[in-house]
Design a binder for this molecule. Structure first.
Ligand code: B12
Ligand code: SF4
Length: 455
């Protein structure tokens, strides 16, 4: 029997948030799959910057750019107790709560509600959404999944208010849960080892499409000690690059969209398997795209040929995950890149036509034991290579190899309170790298070239 399933993308509650092509890709993948299983799928996006009911209230659309990034609606809200010591304003990013209530009233007949989650420290926006769902649809089972639910599973079970919490990839698990609740066999189960067997994400549920996210793989073959990729996806799996281009072409034809943002953890690893054939196919089909990669790319793999392919096929926002120029820290954290590889990659990109400002290089700051001196040296090294250094503040993540060290050195109780994973608090700062040091470095970078981190 066909069920009515309501998908909810909850708010972001944080000091600051900017929409770097953010979309709830995982939730919309589940939407596509549930439709293929003959269910009716509906969607409420609390982050929608174009929500018509916000405009009816006389609120102006937040500032947005033609490439698809931009600001969210926002309201100043009281800080959670754990953050009371900060004087900065705290916001709910997205639509007003009364609009979520009004939207929910249209879906009183929903059989089940699925709520996603992203950063662990954004959980208050998730909890608020669940509380309102429970007020409006008190008899409807509510399921919480996503990144926070996976990384802080027990916290989510204890405090979220959801009836079910699911950790990890949701495709098979949501079908199993529906079978358990409604006692019906699924019609279509995708093969987890064949990502091309997954139906496309239900992007038609997005009210106004200005850009779309793409994912050509799940997981990463590396194991950096600060990263949770292996917890979220235990194996590295890739799609067929030609099928990724089929998908791009489909979205272009259907929505006239040409800004795409890659969400892969490891898009550039072994370029011959994915990115090179993908871009060649894009050129062969004469598709005009702008690609954005705000998530750090692997720079080890950038050859002369790849640099040229990037340039000629519309790679606009390029960010590499370099993290540090300190050799021993590079080795201790997983050895994904070496200094010489950055120098070579930047040269090759410049030969292809990119300018310094177009080659952003993330440098992690505030890792346990990291000193201001190490970060300054890394900044200087990136500049010397001819790229643009961008500070990315370290967020400690439960279950990662660096977690225990983070717990030991953090002045915050990061084990008990995920709000303290917020990278903008510099949760693992120390005497060698204080907030003051950070502010100075940030200011210096801004004065030099208007550089900023992702957060
Ligand atoms: C793309 C991305 C971004 C994008 C944002 C995209 C977005 N949608 O919001 C950008 C580049 C902006 C970004 C920024 C940052 N990010 Co980020 N990002 C990611 C990334 C690579 C992919 C997320 C994604 O969409 N995956 C693809 C989809 C298909 O998977 P999914 O959402 O997990 O969905 C699946 C399951 O979770 C589940 N599921 C999802 N919803 C639901 C709902 C239900 C009901 C069910 C049952 C299941 C379910 O099923 C889905 C399908 O299998 C993840 C790493 C990762 N591999 O997940 C890091 C990650 C989330 N980011 C992380 C970090 C650290 C950051 C930064 C702090 C980096 C920095 N230092 O600057 C910033 C923070 C920004 C801020 N303002 O605070 C960390 C998490 C940190 C934390 N404490 O939570 C991650 C996990 C990477 C890591 N280092 O380990 N990020
Ligand atoms: S930081 Fe990048 S290379 Fe390292 S494990 Fe995570 S996704 Fe892979």
């Amino acid at each position: 029997m066909s069920r009515k399933i309501l998908l909810i993308n909850p708010w972001i509650n944080d000091f600051a948030a900017y929409d770097f092509w953010i979309k709830p890709l995982g939730l919309l993948y589940l939407g596509g799959l549930l439709r293929k299983n003959n269910h009716q799928v509906h969607f409420i996006d609390c982050l929608d910057p174009y929500h018509p009911l916000m405009m009816r209230k006389g609120l102006k659309i937040p500032r947005r750019y033609s490439s698809g990034d931009g600001k969210f609606f926002r309201q100043v809200i009281p800080k959670p107790d754990a953050l009371k010591m900060y004087s900065r304003d705290y916001h709910r990013y997205g639509i007003l709560p009364e609009i979520l209530s009004a939207e929910l009233k249209k879906h009183r007949d929903a059989d089940i509600v699925l709520v996603t989650s992203m950063m662990t420290y954004w959980y208050p926006g998730v909890f608020e959404a669940i509380r309102i769902i429970k007020e409006e649809l008190s008899q409807t089972p509510t399921v919480l999944g996503g990144i926070y639910a996976t990384l802080c599973y027990q916290h989510a079970v204890n405090f979220s208010g959801a009836d079910y919490v699911i950790a990890g990839a949701g495709e098979k698990k949501i079908l199993q849960l529906l079978q358990k609740i409604f006692n019906e066999e699924p019609l279509f189960i995708p093969d987890e080892d064949d990502l091309d067997s997954y139906p496309y994400p239900a992007f038609d549920l997005i009210k106004k499409i200005t850009h779309l996210p793409l994912i050509s793989s799940r997981g990463c073959p590396f194991r950096c000690s600060y990263c949770s990729s292996h917890i979220l996806n235990d194996k590295f799996r890739r799609r067929n690059p030609v099928k990724v281009v089929d998908e791009i072409e489909r979205w272009q034809n259907k929505y006239g969209v040409n800004n795409f943002c890659f969400y892969d953890d490891a898009l550039l690893v072994n370029p011959g398997e994915m990115i090179a054939p993908l871009l060649k196919e894009i050129k062969k089909r004469n598709l005009s795209c702008h690609f954005h990669c705000p998530n750090g790319l692997h720079l080890r793999e950038v050859t002369e040929e790849l640099g040229k392919l990037f340039y000629s096929s519309g790679f606009k926002t390029i960010r590499f995950g370099f993290e540090t120029s300190n050799l021993s820290r590079q080795q201790q954290t997983g050895g994904k890149v070496k200094n010489e590889e950055l120098r070579l990659a930047v040269n090759r990109l410049k030969n292809a036509g990119y300018k310094t400002d177009e080659i952003g290089v993330y440098l992690l700051c505030g890792m346990p034991g990291q000193s201001a001196g190490e970060i300054t040296e890394s900044i200087e090294f990136v500049k010397k290579c001819g790229a643009k250094p961008m500070l990315a503040e370290y967020s400690p993540i439960p279950g990662t190899e660096m977690w225990n060290e983070a717990v030991d050195c953090s002045p915050f109780d990061i084990q008990k309170e995920p709000l303290y994973h917020n990278n903008s608090l510099l949760p693992c700062r120390n005497n060698e790298f204080s907030f003051n040091d950070y502010t100075k470095l940030k200011k210096k970078l801004k004065n030099n070239s208007g550089v900023g981190g992702v957060a």
